[in-house]
Design a protein. Sequence first.
Length: 124
Amino acid sequence: MIRFEARQDGSGRWRLVSRTRAGADVLAHEAGTPDLLPWRQAVEWLRRGGGEVEVVGTPVEHFHWVLHAADGTVVAESPAVHRDPAVCRIAFTNAERAARTVFGGLREPQASGGRLTRHPARLS
């Protein structure tokens, strides 16, 4: 099951999570920069496959992807959990597909009331 969670406390924090019987994996989350895009814009970039993806390595040889808008703004990123750059690129494709699964096609994403918005869907 794929779930989208967005905090409604003004922090701009959100995440796209894949839940399985064995646990959960964060597929994508808000950019780790001070100038966060509103979650609706960030998810739309991810869902449409727009922007440029950069695979970044860490000193401990893990990789994460970073999605940039045309102007260079960081839109979204993954946790640094991938041990191979090629697998990290596949993880980005999976996050795009999951975003389309949760929000369907290219329509405008909607949030419901409350502190945390959850949109469950199944990944096909």
